[in-house]
Write a protein that binds this ligand. Structure first.
Ligand SMILES: C[S@@+](CC[C@H](N)C(=O)[O-])C[C@H]1O[C@@H](n2cnc3c(N)ncnc32)[C@H](O)[C@@H]1O
Length: 291
């Protein structure tokens, strides 16, 4: 998640009119070849979020999949009738996991058409395309009618928004009464001086990150009740250190796939995340709200 990358690809210009600068930066970044190759080869191309580690030997892929399983464990009551929306869905790994486990229906919303194409292909290859719809769009203007979903799910995506309160308003709008919003996000620690996070923020090209206090207060003000807040920040530090170590181990292979410039910037970015975590400036965890 280091977006200071300037490679452009030509995607879906017609339906992204009106997107703000942060959204376009995220789209350009995730549509770029180096980012696509990095996430596919280093993360494993299903889940591209922070993993939960039980041992020092867990792979990035397995730890990232564990985050999905932990979140799914917390949902309760999901059946084949349940409609879930994943906002900022990446390659759709969570959607395939949820469909295979619960037989539910999932809509994946994502601004990256490059990732959406891979998502659709994986859904077909894994025999779940009939239960998953992949939508191109932004979570700041969710393309769904009011009260459409039982669950809104999001992993490590809302950080990319310059207006996170707007994203939560949209989540509330599309959730059915009593519906669940479950999310993770790389956040800043509450009370931290944002200026101290500048190396991390510069790479994201954003003025701030959310925080647990921000999400709790914003959700509460919108009428959500707080179901659970599980702070799991140690996994953020561990994960970014793990990804950095893996990239260093596979550096010669990855610079051919994703360019030296991209890999070097990524390594600097990952080191910045780890340093900020070591200074207690970051937070990460599973947050769950009910409408
Ligand atoms: C770190 S990835 C996480 C992907 C996925 N949630 C996962 O855990 O594998 C962040 C994702 O957010 C998406 N994203 C960023 N801004 C978005 C926006 N405004 N609307 C929809 N998706 C967005 C990106 O395209 C990317 O897929």
């Amino acid at each position: 998640m280091n977006l200071d990358h300037d490679q452009h690809t030509d995607t879906a210009a017609a339906d992204n009119a009106g997107w703000d600068e942060a959204t376009r930066i995220a789209e350009t970044y995730y549509d770029s070849d180096p980012a696509d190759r990095f996430y596919r080869h280093i993360w494993g191309g299903e889940d591209i979020h922070i993993g939960i580690y039980e041992t020092d030997h867990d792979s990035v892929f397995d730890a990232s999949r564990r985050t999905v399983a932990w979140m799914a464990d917390r949902l309760g009551g999901v059946t084949s009738e349940t409609k879930i929306l994943d906002i900022g869905a990446g390659y759709g790994g969570a959607a395939r996991y949820l469909v295979k486990r619960f037989g539910c229906r999932v809509d994946c919303l994502n601004l990256s058409e490059v990732q959406n194409r891979t998502n659709r292909a994986l859904n077909t290859a894994q025999g779940v395309a009939d239960r998953i719809t992949v939508l191109h769009g932004s979570f700041e203007t969710i393309p769904a009618t009011d009260e459409s979903y039982h669950v809104v799910w999001s992993e490590d995506a809302i950080l990319h928004s310059a207006d996170r309160a707007r994203v939560l308003r949209e989540v509330r709008r599309v959730l059915k009464p009593g519906g669940t919003f479950i999310m993770t996000d790389p956040m800043q620690a509450d009370g931290v001086d944002t200026a101290l996070l500048q190396p991390v923020l510069d790479r994201l090209q954003l003025p701030s990150l959310g925080s647990i206090g921000f999400y709790r207060e914003t959700a509460t003000a919108l009428g959500f009740s707080v179901v659970a807040v599980e702070e799991l920040t140690e996994h953020l530090r561990r994960h970014y250190a793990r990804v950095g170590a893996l990239l260093r181990t596979r550096y010669d292979e990855m610079i051919k796939l994703a360019t030296k410039e991209y890999c070097d910037r990524m390594l600097t970015g990952l080191d910045n995340w780890v340093a900020a975590a070591d200074h207690g400036r970051l937070a990460w965890g599973i947050l769950q709200f009910r409408k």
